[in-house]
Design a protein around this ligand. Structure first.
Ligand code: ADP
Ligand code: MG
Length: 149
C-alpha cells in the first residue's frame, strides 16, 4: 500500500524523519528517490539527528558512505549517496554489504546501487517537489507492516 504524506515545510520533513527514526531497526533500508533538491538529504539528516546524532551530518555526495555508531546514535546507521556509482558492481566494490551488516541503511539514489525495493526490509520514499513544498510517496516493504510512517 502506497501512502502520500504532504510535507509543507522543512519542519514537516523533520517530523517524518523522527517517526522513521523511532521505529528503525538493524537491516532496514530507507530508500530515498527524487530529483536534485527534492529533500533526500534533508530527510536523511532528520532521521540521523532523531536517532541521537548531535553534530553535523555531511552529505555523502563525495564520500558515498558516512557511518554513525552507538553510543551517539540508537543503532548503527549508514548514510549513502550512490549518485556517483556507475553500476551495482561498484556498490559491492566499496564494501556495501560489510557496511550494512548490523546497521540500518539510508540510501539516496538507491537505483544506482541496484535498488533495494525488492527487500522486505525496504521503506521506499519518493520525494517530489510541489511548488515550494514537498510530498513523500511511501511504499513499505513487508517488514514495515504495522510500523511504516
Ligand atoms: P536532495 O538530497 O534531494 O538533493 P536536499 O535535501 O539536499 O535535496 O535539498 C532540499 C532542499 O529543499 C533544501 O534546500 C531544503 O531546505 C528544502 N526542503 C527540504 N524539505 C522541504 C520541505 N518539506 N518543504 C520545503 N523545502 C524543503
Ligand atoms: Mg542529497
Amino acid at each position: 500500500m502506497t501512502r502520500t504524506i504532504d510535507l509543507p515545510d522543512e519542519a514537516a520533513t523533520r517530523a517524518l524523519g523522527q517517526r522513521i527514526a523511532a521505529v528503525l531497526r538493524a537491516d532496514d533500508v530507507v530508500a530515498l528517490t527524487g530529483g536534485l533538491g527534492a529533500g533526500k538529504t534533508t530527510l536523511a539528516r532528520a532521521i540521523i539527528a532523531a536517532a541521537g546524532h548531535l553534530g553535523e551530518v555531511p552529505s555523502p555526495t563525495f564520500t558515498i558512505v558516512e557511518t554513525y555508531d552507538p553510543p551517539n546514535v540508537r543503532l548503527p546507521l549508514v548514510h549513502a549517496d550512490f549518485y556517483r556509482l556507475r553500476s551495482p558492481d561498484e556498490a559491492a566494490e566499496i564494501g556495501l554489504d560489510d557496511y550494512r551488516t548490523g546497521a540500518a541503511l539510508i540510501a539516496e539514489w538507491p537505483d544506482h546501487a541496484g535498488g533495494f525495493t525488492h527487500e522486505p526490509a525496504c521503506l521506499s520514499i519518493r520525494l517530489e517537489t510541489v511548488g515550494e513544498a514537498r510530498r513523500a510517496i511511501v511504499e513499505p516493504g513487508a517488514d514495515w507492516h504495522g510500523r511504516a510512517p
